[in-house]
Design a protein around this ligand. Sequence first.
Ligand SMILES: Cc1cc2nc3c(=O)[nH]c(=O)nc-3n(C[C@H](O)[C@H](O)[C@H](O)COP(=O)(O)OP(=O)(O)OC[C@H]3O[C@@H](n4cnc5c(N)ncnc54)[C@H](O)[C@@H]3O)c2cc1C
Length: 403
Amino acid sequence: MARPFAPSDVAQPLLDRARKFVDDELIPREPELLAKGFVAMLPEIETLRAHAKEKGLWSPFLPKALGGAGLGLTDYAHVSEALGRTPLGHYALNCQAPDVGNMELLHAFGTAAQQERFLGPLTRGEIRSCFGMTEPEHAGSNPVWLSTRATKDGDDYVLNGHKWFTTGADGAAFCIVMAVTDPDAPPHARASQIIVPMDTVGFSIVRHLPVMGEPGGGWASHSEVLLEGVRVPQSHRIGEEGAGFLLAQERLGPGRIHHAMRWIGIMERAFDLAVQRAVTRELGPNKPLGSQHTVQAQLAHLRATIAQARLMVLDCAHQMDSEGQQAARESISMVKWVAARALGEVLDAAIQLHGGAGLLDELPLAYWWRHERAARIYDGPDEVHMASVGKKILQRAGMRRKD
Ligand SMILES: Cc1cc2nc3c(=O)[nH]c(=O)nc-3n(C[C@H](O)[C@H](O)[C@H](O)COP(=O)(O)OP(=O)(O)OC[C@H]3O[C@@H](n4cnc5c(N)ncnc54)[C@H](O)[C@@H]3O)c2cc1C
């Protein structure tokens, strides 16, 4: 009998090819990425993207009509794990956040004109996009508290506001901006999502935010953004006016599990590196690091930690495939914090087993440590997901208080 959540017969050949592509073409390019950074390596990355297309690996999560493989979430979880083994994986196959979320949003809710102008080029990898919701002045954990305003003027909206942590804004063609369209509406109906081409007058990038000392560039950066009298047609609004929060939930559900799938791949690679280190590093002649019982126990613990997180990811993906996103809301929250914490633990242990070498940018461990600490913060900090699950448990048990 097949193992539960095993890849389907359709996905297995694609998964095998994706693994081979990662091993043969992407992992050998890592040292260059880690030494030069994303922007300097972009021409070579574009070549790798072309190879991925030629090999039929492009955007496996997208429906076939949009040039993808049409994989369900459970199948895609396996492919995404394979890609997560290298920092180049998801970008090389056009599966990178935040573009994936924007593609899914425009596919599900965009008008025909929005799909032709924005979704088509995005799915073909001709342009990139970003998503501007979080504001420096307000707690991002409370997504209904925003100051950015979109005011109607004739057939247009005029936007004014301040965003930050807008991932991939540098070089993106458009930003999906969350802005308040009716400040007097109930909190969850105040905001709308509006497509703003990045070259619109009044839209500017203030700076790249240096994350753990790295300002980054291009897709691999997070920007502070200003909107000053930015005018776009009302036809750039996605969905109904006031549906911004609802659409954000639609976007974030799959987004959260997409991250968790990637983290499993990162953990597997970090684990492999840790095992190699334990086998090859000698504490003395013929005395490998792995001969120490503490190291053996540590590796066993990491193995179990990754296995637990993977099972939760696959179970959640299966629930989303079979019952839909709403039914899986608690599973999504649990996966988000459990996998993010597991990731931190595995990366920390892998660095520790490498000693000083673990801190160097000659392996991807330090890169992931810098960039993935954020896993416990973005798309909802741990505490918010835990509180949400805990509250539902207590409500089912009869608790009446609402807050
Ligand atoms: C690398 C990275 C990329 C990002 N990319 C994007 C992007 O592309 N677009 C975008 O719009 N945003 C993006 N964000 C922003 C991200 O969504 C926010 O950082 C996140 O929502 C948390 O908001 P905050 O930073 O304002 O923290 P706050 O809301 O101020 O929370 C700070 C801390 O308070 C605690 N806390 C918060 N709420 C509660 C609670 N209810 N109970 C108990 N404790 C609580 C948590 O420990 C939390 O970490 C990104 C962030 C990072 C770090």
